[in-house]
Design a protein around this ligand. Structure first.
Ligand code: PLP
Length: 342
């Protein structure tokens, strides 16, 4: 049996989720008449402590709508060098919204409020680019599922608020951060002007993300979603998957985290130096190797799918579709292959 740990996006909807999707009442969401979408938007807005939310087909669209609400063409957004919004959204902020970005480097993607504060140049006058927003990723994807220390987020909000700089949260995996820290989703949400969350990662829905913000900002985002071709019709059929995920899959994320930590411990025992299990905060395990492509290929031959982050880092993610047995099998394969490649 193949075990697929390439991403937490590979999950397939459970039978119960499919049943909920089939049974969902639907209507034309472009007319605002899909009761299931309306319910999901209401619920996520409330969870995140915002007035309103908007359902989008992808996390990239939710992020890019959020960013364009905060930053006008030619203005500056600050983010870290490994942020999904600059590495994995195909230049959308520049291509679609004329946003210029400047980046900071941070080990494992962990933010340092002082470092960011030192880079902000609000109201820079007619000669320099003015910083108008900062974006934070929590958990940090390419950083290895890093949970941002909540106190640091609060400090960042203080310094940005003092400077009149706005904040966006790329919370594709905010659910995972919440599962670790126990900080309420609304407490996270209220620190930010716009927040994106994803239903199709750890929560296991097939499609969908949301952008939460003020009612005024969400109304503007709705116009831009349609303009970008994201106005969808009887999409309650997908929103129902998201509602089911919130009801049934949010509370189980800690299981994914435990399995990831166990996998990391197995790998560290077999290949000391490949990783530090204490750095596995959530469901993402990053493995340092001389040749990540060779590791990925050798694992594939043995029925284990993992991904290469770059030339010397591979990654494996635990998720809804893998249990203890699959993770044990993955640990065995990785141990054998890492031992043979030393
Ligand atoms: C997956 C992900 C997104 C959204 O990706 P889509 O594939 O566009 O849904 C955004 N941010 C982060 C950090 C992600 O991991």
């Amino acid at each position: 049996m193949t075990v697929d740990l390439r991403s937490d996006t590979v999950t397939r909807p459970t039978a119960a989720m499919r049943a909920a999707m089939v049974a969902a009442p639907v209507g034309d969401d472009v007319y605002g008449e899909d009761p299931t979408v309306n319910e999901l938007e209401r619920r996520v807005a409330e969870l995140l402590g915002h007035e309103a939310a908007l359902f989008t087909p992808t996390g990239s669209m939710a992020n890019q709508l959020g960013l364009r609400l905060l930053v006008r063409p030619g203005q500056e957004l600050l983010c870290d060098v490994d942020a999904h919004v600059v590495r994995a959204e195909l230049g959308a902020a520049a291509a679609l919204s004329g946003i210029t970005t400047r980046t900071w480097s941070a080990p494992r993607g962990r933010i340092d409020a002082e470092q960011v504060a030192g880079m902000m140049r609000p109201d820079a006058g007619p000669y320099l680019v003015s910083t108008v927003a900062v974006t934070v990723e929590d958990t940090h994807n390419f950083g290895g599922g890093t949970v941002q220390p909540f106190a640091e987020l609060e400090r960042l909000r203080e310094v940005t608020a003092a400077a009149g700089v706005l904040m966006h949260l790329d919370g594709a995996r905010l659910w995972n951060a919440h599962a670790v820290t126990g900080v309420a989703l609304s407490t996270y949400g209220r620190l930010f002007d716009t927040v994106s969350v994803c239903l199709s990662k750890g929560l296991g829905a097939p499609v969908g993300s949301l952008l939460a913000a003020s009612a005024e900002r969400v109304a503007e985002a709705r116009v831009w979603r349609k303009r970008l071709g994201g106005g969808m019709r009887q999409v309650g059929i997908l929103a129902a998957g998201g509602l089911h995920a919130l009801d049934h899959h949010l509370d189980r994320l800690a299981e994914d985290h435990k399995r990831a930590r166990r996998l990391a411990e197995t790998v560290a025992a077999a290949a000391p130096g490949a990783l530090d299990p204490s750095e596995v905060d959530t469901n993402i395990v990053v493995i340092r190797v001389p040749d990540a492509k060779a590791l990925v290929a050798a694992c594939r031959e043995r029925g284990l799918l993992i991904g290469a982050l770059d030339a010397t880092h591979a990654r494996a993610l635990t998720h809804l579709d893998v249990g203890d047995d699959e993770v044990e099998q993955a640990g065995q394969v990785l141990s054998e292959v890492l031992a043979s490649q030393r």
